[in-house]
Every structure is written in C-alpha cells, then in structure tokens.
Design a protein around this ligand. Sequence first.
Ligand code: PHE
Length: 335
Amino acid sequence: MEVSLLINEIKKHFEADILLFAEGKIKHDDLKNKFLGRKGLLADVFAKMPTFTNKAEAGKLLNLFKNELTEKIDSLSQNSVVAKNTKKLDLTLQGRKPNLGSLHLLNETQREIEEIFISMGFEIANGPQVETDFYNFEALNFPDDHPAREMHDTFFVEGDVLLRTHTSNIQIHVMQNQKPPVRIIAPGKCYRNDTPDATHSPVFAQIEALYVDENVTFTELKGTLDAFVKALFGKETKTRFRPSFFPFTEPSAEVDVTCVVCKGKGCRVCKNSGWIEILGSGMVDPNVFKSVGYNSEKYTGFAFGLGIERVTMLRYGIPDLRLFLENDVRFLKQF
Ligand code: PHE
C-alpha cells in the first residue's frame, strides 16, 4: 500500500468531518483525537511505516501531512465561535419581505389616463395652483358677480389671488403661449371650500383636456370621450351626454357612463339609473378664444374636465374619498 493513497483516504474523512464540525455534530477535541490522537488515523499510518517500500519518502510525506492537519485543526479551534454561531443560524426561518413603496392609487389612475390621451396624440400641460381671478374665472367667461362664480366655493389668498377651483385655468395659459392647433391634457390639484364627506374634499385633482383646431366639432368630442371611457372602464362601457352649463363652453354637456358596478342594470351605486356622471365638457365658448386672442371665426375646439378621485372610486369600488387622503397603509396596500 502506497502512503499517498492512505493520506488521500484521511483527507476525504477530514473534509467530511469538517462539515459535521461546522454543524456542531462533532466536538473540536474529538475531531483532534480522531486524526492526531495517539490512536488516531494518522498514528495508524505511522504504525504501517515498516511496510512502505520507500520509507524515507513516506516519512517525509506523512510528516508534511501531519503538520498541515495540525494547523487546520488548530485554526478551527480559533474559529470555533464562528462555528457555534453557524449552529444557531436557522436557515429554515422565513425571510422578511422588504417594504417596497408604490404609486398612490390616484397617481396611478392619473398616469393611466395620461397614457390613454398620449396615445391619441395629446400632450401634457401644467399650470399654477395659486392663480389670479383672471385665469380661474374672468378669461373663462365668468362675468363679475355672475352666479356661476358661486358654484365654486373659492379659497381666496389675497386680493384677486386664489387657489384654483378647477384645472380650466391651464386652458388659458396654454392658449396664451401657443397658436392652434392645441391638443393638451392637464392634470393637477384643485381647491374648493367644501366640507369633507364621502364624495367631497377641499383638495382634489382634475384632468383637463383642450383640443383646438379648424373644424373641430361636437362629433370629435363625443368620439374622443367614447374612446377614452372604453379604454379606462372597458369596451362594453357606453356614454350618454346630458345638456349642462359652463360659462367657458357652449354648448355644454355632462357625460355619464353606464354604471361600472351593475353594467347599466341599476344598483345602489348608480341609484338605480344605470348611469354615472363622470365629467363636464363642451365646445369652447368664443368668448374664451377672444380673451386669449384666438380667431373664433377660424377655430373651434372642445374641452372637458374630470375628477380623478371620482373616476378612481368608480374603477375600484371605493366607497369614501377620504380613504385616499388618510394614508392608512392597510388601505393603500390593497391596490
Ligand atoms: N372646469 C369644470 C369643473 O370643474 C369642468 C369642465 C372642464 C367643464 C372643461 C367643461 C370643460 O366643473
């Protein structure tokens, strides 16, 4: 028997035992005894010395191996603290999920709506939330002291500075800065002095749309809104236009969609009508064009504004608008 074969045997044993040691199944002393002890595996090989053909070579190899093994086993004892800790590490314990943030449901809806209109060729515009009376009312054809102003419970800041009550102010900024054609949507926060309840909040968000060009008709308004509503609520959704009034559009219409809950059959959410109102719209009033210097003989346009909270509540069946603002993670995490 060659000495190198015996050494390899012991090496294999040692590698297997080191794993057992790491798992705490063998004590350090026992390990040392098993390999280096007086009756250990290495001693067995030394005892066979007389049988080896080249005794000098065998002695050299064995002594080298003994040193190597002694060093390894001693260093294991220095690391035995680590070894003990390894024993305590329970790899079967479940990991902790990191808390990942995500978009607020309102922002998610807003972005989805933006995507739908971007795919139709609209661009995104922005405007100030702190606004003057001119942009929020006057340029939008609200005459001074007109009762239409009272439909908006305005927060005034100082003089004729106020918090915008709708995103329609952005129409005016855009048209002042740009010649037709205009095709924009403008999302943003709005403010009205309403008492908070399940469907009202003093701070809420709208998305405004404005399309101005030659020969824009009510048909385009209907087609655009129909495509939008189908993209947001589903292909089976229908729209219904009801005559309404806004100072800045003529004619004006409120738009209903078939109830997203009962699909038009009639339920509690739609108060058994089968329809739910989602936005205000109309053809841009020539007086608005006049206030921004557009030629109202040449250009026509449509506009609409929809409430992001309302649309989100309908889509997800959320019963109370205040849930969006209370920052209860248990609510926010559901979506
Ligand atoms: N600004 C209107 C509102 O807040 C909505 C609207 C926008 C209506 C554009 C018509 C055209 O009620």
